[in-house]
Design a protein around this ligand. Sequence first.
Ligand code: NAD
Length: 320
Amino acid sequence: MRVLVTGGAGFIGSHLCDRFLRDGHEVVCVDNFLTGSRTNIAHLRAQSAFRLIEHDISKPLTLDGAIDAILHFASPASPIDYLKLPIQTLKVGSLGTLNGLGIAKAKQARFLLASTSEVYGDPSVHPQPESYWGHVNPVGPRGVYDEAKRFAEAITMAYHREHQVATRIVRIFNTYGPRMRMQDGRAIPAFITPALRGEPITVFGTGAQTRSFCYVDDLVEGIVRLLHSDHAEPMNLGNPEEYTILQLAQRIIEATGSKSRIVYQTLPQDDPKQRCPDITLATRTLQWQAATPLAAGLPKTIEWFRTAMGLASAAGARHG
Ligand code: NAD
């Protein structure tokens, strides 16, 4: 297959590039480095099966040759990014998705949209099945991301219904792992970074709000299975193991052996109180479930952050 990954220099996108190359496919990565990094794909640049096109996918893109699958992952994804980049977030969710679908239609390629659990907003149903329509504030600060993704889902289904494009929509729940940015504001890097520096860890509200965390390798496996399935409508992928934010902070303090203390700040506007995927559909359709518990994924992620921050590895520190 020749696979186009938009946002391929981002956290999840770069792991997808790795996976498709490892499986023997050709990969075309389209990225404008808005929130991604050249470092994430530096190890791939020498491979002849890998091609980078530096381009803003919110603008039309013409590509030579066959494309068999498009995975549309380009979009600011962390709250810090999309609150700072509201219009670019709306553009890549709308125009970027439209451009990707145009390529899929022209090349008769499969189109897989990276959607998000944020389409459920601050949910009143728990855990969230795909049939739940969500509880989103369209004009609140987070609306730029949530509504961009809701529009992206709507236009993806329209291309499926009107142009018979083979579509897949993955509603990704919080995912973590190596290559997340230290400053991206999501809970795991936001806790690991100060924990490794011995600085205070900030928890919003009382920390009683819950989240679930999926290790990136598990997510990539689910995405590959979804792409090869014939399921056109949205599917949740995530790890249903649920933790309060306070429990997560405590786990990270333990796993890093840190002396950091926890400090509390006011909860941001429209911060969801609970977030947990119902993965019945993925389990039934793809025989998929997240295989990596937090206890196994956190140490790998912490080790990666140690290296990225130029700190001695835990093993090295123990022996040193
Ligand atoms: P990321 O910020 O690391 O990656 C996004 C990539 O898209 C970056 O490389 C960025 O430069 C690129 N990009 C942004 N706008 C672009 C544009 N207009 N043209 C070309 N490239 C552009 O984020 P991520 O965590 O890897 O998220 C990837 C996708 O998965 C996003 O669509 C996000 O909404 C979705 N998602 C992620 C999570 C998660 O937990 N990480 C959860 C739900 C959904």
